[in-house]
Design a protein. Sequence first.
Length: 95
Amino acid sequence: MTYDLHANSYFDYQMLIILVYTIYAAVVESLINTGKQIAAVHFIHAFQLQESFPPVPLLKAYLKNRRRNSQVKTGNVRDIASAKVYALLLDPNSN
């Protein structure tokens, strides 16, 4: 029985590449699923994964979430300064 060391090393190298890519993909997906799109984009660029994980949709999702979370939800009050004044009018002893 002959053992071709060179051919086997190539196979091991290919398997290692697949394993590393699988781990990187899992890290990126974990970052995305936990709302850490910016960290995911940094990771994607660091390991050149742009073809598998395009960064533009991630950045758009990040901006959409930031806009949605930054809006003050106090009825007709649109900005934070007005919200503070409105709160003081409702309860002057809140200071």
